[in-house]
Design a protein around this ligand. Structure first.
Ligand code: RP5
Length: 170
């Protein structure tokens, strides 16, 4: 297995049911990643170590997911110059996900977190691949093929509906 270039971290093991989707799409795109739990509140020193060592260890992008009072993505972004993608997770302690969305989205000037949709871990994985793919031709080509496959799926669905009527698509 090649050296990980994407670090996927999450505040709790309970986030894994969502965050695994980032790992799955990185597998599809053949992007090496690592995945672990780092809690801003329960393991603050581990978070500081992860954030400060990430670039030295060869990571290029960090995907950080958390629910509720979701401080992990922003705090990790404060510790590294790597791009950080934040995934708000609708967790058991969440007020409908809004707490997590707003905690991750409303970062102060100078410390950006690229926030994806609530539970949007798959898009976080795709965005991480796109950031790396901007300067990696082979990965960029795989992403072009991936985008093309999305187009083909929609065109094929449109054709089915147009040919057989909308009821056939239900
Ligand atoms: C957050 O609290 C975690 O990211 C998780 O989404 C949420 C609940 O954590 P657990 O109590 O399930 O460990 O920090």
């Amino acid at each position: 297995m090649s050296k990980p270039v994407v670090g996927i971290i999450m505040g709790s093991q309970s986030d894994l049911r969502i965050m695994k989707e980032a790992a799955e799409v990185l597998d599809e795109l053949a992007v090496p990643y690592e995945l672990t739990v780092v809690s801003a509140h329960r393991t603050p020193l581990r978070m500081v170590e992860y954030g400060t060592e990430a670039r030295k260890r060869g990571l290029k992008v960090i995907i950080a997911g958390a629910g509720g009072a979701a401080h992990l993505p922003g705090m990790v972004a404060s510790l590294t110059s790597l791009p950080v993608i934040g995934v708000p997770v609708k967790s058991s302690n969440s007020i409908d996900g809004w707490d997590s969305v707003l905690s991750i989205l409303q970062m102060p000037a100078g410390v950006p977190v690229a926030t994806v949709a609530l539970d949007g871990a798959r898009n976080a994985g795709i965005l991480a691949a796109q950031i790396i793919g901007a300067s990696d031709k082979d990965l960029g080509d795989r992403l072009d093929a991936f985008k093309k496959s999305l187009q083909t799926k929609v065109e094929s669905a449109a054709k089915t509906i147009e040919t057989n009527g909308w009821k056939s698509a239900l």
